[in-house]
Structure formats: structure tokens, C-alpha cells
Write a protein that binds this ligand. Sequence first.
Ligand SMILES: N[C@@H](CCC(=O)N[C@@H](CS)C(=O)NCC(=O)O)C(=O)O
Length: 120
Amino acid sequence: MSRYSNPLRKTCSQGSYTGWRFARADENVPDAGPDELNHAEYLRDIYFKVNPDYEGRFTVPVLWDKKTKTIVNNESSEIIRMLYTEFDSLLDGKTKGVTYYPEESRKEIDEANAWIYVCL
Ligand SMILES: N[C@@H](CCC(=O)N[C@@H](CS)C(=O)NCC(=O)O)C(=O)O
């Protein structure tokens, strides 16, 4: 899994839509840097690596699996839910089991998120 949470730069190149661009090593962009895993210049290169026929938007966030070399998910509302529990086995005792998505509050959280997602 790799992080694409660094601020990337959005550009247009020669009138064609390129979408998010990774900062180059020689650029001084705070908290951003090159894609050290796939050496992609643009995020769209990642989308095309997974599916050369991809025709959708090149959006962030992207959850990337280093082992299978694919995009696991690009939907924030789903990624956030995965992060609540999917990696618990990697955590130590102190943080394991800590959840911001407790079973008893899920309905309420989902309703709030549905409103936020559409309206904000
Ligand atoms: N379904 C996606 C949409 C994400 C989305 O629209 N991301 C914007 C930035 S907040 C983006 O990457 N836009 C690039 C574009 O539309 O070219 C999600 O909510 O996770």
C-alpha cells in the first residue's frame, strides 16, 4: 500500500486534461514528492497502468496495493471504512481495536456521511 495523500499538483497540459501531477524531486513543494513506487509523472499514469482502457476521472484518494500492483479503491468513503479495521493486525496492543466507526454508531455515521458527501 502506498500513500498518495501528499498534495499533488493539478495541471492542464496543452489543453488536454492530465489531472493530478506528482511533484518532481527538483521542485520545492511542501509535503509532496515524486512517486517512488511507480515513477509516474501523473496520477493518470497509475490509472492506465491498472487499466489501459480507463475512461473515468483520475481522482484522489487512491489506495494502492504494492504487492498486487493495483488500485484497491479510489472511493474515499469506502477507503475510510477500510482503514477503520482492515489493518488492525498490523497494530500494537495500545492502538489495536481503537475505532472511530463503532458498531452502535454506524447507522448515524453513515447517514451523516451520506449528507456530507452529497451536500458539501
Ligand atoms: N469518488 C471520489 C471522488 C474524489 C474526487 O472527486 N477527488 C477530487 C479531489 S477532492 C479529484 O481528484 N479531482 C480530480 C479531477 O476531477 O480531475 C471520492 O470521493 O473519493
